[in-house]
Design a protein around this ligand. Sequence first.
Ligand SMILES: C[S@@+](CC[C@H](N)C(=O)[O-])C[C@H]1O[C@@H](n2cnc3c(N)ncnc32)[C@H](O)[C@@H]1O
Length: 170
Amino acid sequence: MTLGLAKRFPRSEIVGIDLTPENVEYARARALRAGHDNVRFCCMPIEELGELPGTFDLVTGSFIPKLIDVQVLAQDLVAKVNPGGVIVIQDFTLPENRFLLRGFNWYWCISSRLLSRSSTWKPSADYLGMIIRQTTWVTDLVRALTVNGFTITCRESQPLQIATVICAEK
Ligand SMILES: C[S@@+](CC[C@H](N)C(=O)[O-])C[C@H]1O[C@@H](n2cnc3c(N)ncnc32)[C@H](O)[C@@H]1O
């Protein structure tokens, strides 16, 4: 996503953040290969966003809010997002529709069985399924952003209700 933004907005300065050094190195190498000179990467927890210099017009994240402390993030965003700035955050959610929920459960059951011989992928798939079932990131993020003065502009379920996008404005 960072590289997509760098390409789409060549005159903007883009900062990509991730906690895992290997992922940051991989992204840096791709940015170098693609010749983007408007992008840099920081290896740090997003909960430390407040310590990064500068402010932003857009803060976006995908497949991350279920893993982080969204209260801390929302508090940091108060100082880091420019007036009129936008937040767009997306992640997996459990379908509310009972037929889609059945499909979701079936999908994870099949995945788990198919991956049962892989000592690498099975624990990851099981862990992800468990996190998606337990996470309350949408409610938590909407509440935390509202409490910190942001206006929620969109709360949209993605196809098959397997993910949700939250947009907010300062
Ligand atoms: C499912 S991946 C999503 C990666 C990317 N956003 C995408 O859409 O392809 C989750 C990423 O979140 C990172 N991560 C987990 N906890 C984090 C945290 N507290 N702060 C920053 N990154 C974190 C992991 O290192 C991992 O690369």
